[in-house]
Design a protein around this ligand. Structure first.
Ligand code: KG4
Ligand code: ZN
Length: 356
């Protein structure tokens, strides 16, 4: 019972999450409410709708996490909440709730950077020492960084336009995959992964982005344009209207997934070579951590394994439920901060959120 307990709260995007963890990373109780189905029906996240759904669910989600862990708020050592980056209106709900909560229960407050939390989650599951290379790929982010410490990241590359999950979601929407009998409840990325299994990835040889750019940044807008042109051409050839399922959807899905995987793998390869040249990773068991919603894609994982195997690194990827947004990863980040004694604020502090 001497272990300190942290309540984590996540509302940065479309998941309302809360969890109570002890200092060893043991999950005492958690609760998660996903808005994904609602946003799937409207063809994307409408920020005010996301905000409203967080408002409707956050109190209950926190209550459930506390009840399932059988922890009274008085026993908490701190409350950790995502304050950036994310959708402003969504972040605001978590922050407002947390402000009131920490004042009422007189608890320290730990503001959390959502990407830091994604990057550190793996350390909750197994002992991964700093420094390690991390690739975070989700609907909102694409970045490569060297994690040197709990709040010490060297950013090697970021998304110049859209994130890979966003690209997959938009392609899926353009292909009307929601009308596909096997894809009606799946996110864009999941739908593309499923259809790609039966597709020919060589049928549409899309160009891998940024072949001539010698850095570790990502770009997906040009690829999406190539894909859209191909879709239009095939709609014309089949004489069908936009919104009707093309007969070649599986091949488009496979070619899309392959090109996204290839871009991510090539950028990661560059990052590994850069780290090696500059001694940024330990010579003893260097590691790449892969996380974010897109990391649940098996094909992408395999593509990255090819790169890590060839360069003598190991690839670690948390199970899918910890790759996507949740309260557990925020609570874990709070534990890591608490252990280091860094970024812990008094209950009456006036924290504002930073949407970007
Ligand atoms: O991390 P996440 O739950 O939310 C944020 O964006 O922060 O990631 C959601 C994204 C969506 O764009 C979704 O299409 C993508 O992750 N995704 C996938 C897969 N499952 C989810 N992308 C590719 N393959 C998957 N299996
Ligand atoms: Zn996320």
């Amino acid at each position: 019972p001497s272990s300190r307990l942290v309540l984590g709260i996540e509302t940065s995007c479309d998941e309302t999450g809360a969890a109570v963890l002890d200092e060893t990373g043991h999950i005492l109780g958690e609760s998660l409410h996903s808005q994904k189905e609602v946003h799937l029906r409207t063809g994307g996240i409408i920020p005010t709708v996301a905000q409203q759904l967080h408002r409707e669910n956050l109190e209950r989600v926190v209550q459930e996490a506390l009840e399932r862990s059988a922890v009274d708020p008085s026993r908490l050592s701190a409350v950790a909440t995502t304050v950036k980056p994310g959708l402003g209106p969504s972040l605001g709900v978590g922050l407002e709730f947390s402000r009131r909560f920490v004042r009422r229960h007189d608890k320290p407050f730990i503001p959390i950077h959502h990407m830091e939390a994604h990057a550190l989650t793996v350390r909750m599951l197994r002992p991964v020492a700093f420094p390690f290379l991390v690739l975070l790929v989700s609907g909102g982010h694409s970045l490569l960084a060297v994690a040197r410490g709990v709040n010490d990241f060297l950013l090697l590359g970021h998304a110049l336009d859209e994130a890979p999950g966003d690209t997959l979601d938009k392609v899926a929407r353009r292909l009307s995959l929601i009308k596909h009998p096997r894809c009606s409840t799946l996110s864009g990325g999941q739908a593309i992964e499923l259809l790609a299994k039966e597709g020919d990835r060589t049928r549409f040889p899309f160009r891998t982005p940024m072949g001539q750019t010698y850095d570790c940044c990502f770009s997906f807008a040009g690829l999406r344009n190539q894909i859209n042109m191909t879709i239009m051409k095939n709609e014309a050839e089949e004489g069908i209207e936009q919104g009707t399922l093309l007969s070649c959807v599986n091949d488009i899905a496979a070619s899309t997934q392959h090109t996204v995987a290839s871009h991510l793998a090539k950028r990661t390869h560059r990052a590994i070579l850069f780290c090696k040249a500059n001694g940024l990773l330990p010579s003893n068991s260097p590691t790449v951590v892969l996380s974010g919603g897109v990391a649940s894609n098996e094909y992408i994982r395999k593509a990255l394994t090819v790169i890590t195997d060839a360069t003598g690194l190991s690839l670690l990827c948390p199970p899918a439920k910890f790759c996507t947004d949740n309260g557990v990863m925020i609570a874990w980040n709070g534990v890591e901060r608490l252990r280091e004694g860094k970024g812990i604020l008094p209950p009456d502090v006036d924290v504002s959120y930073e949407p970007k």
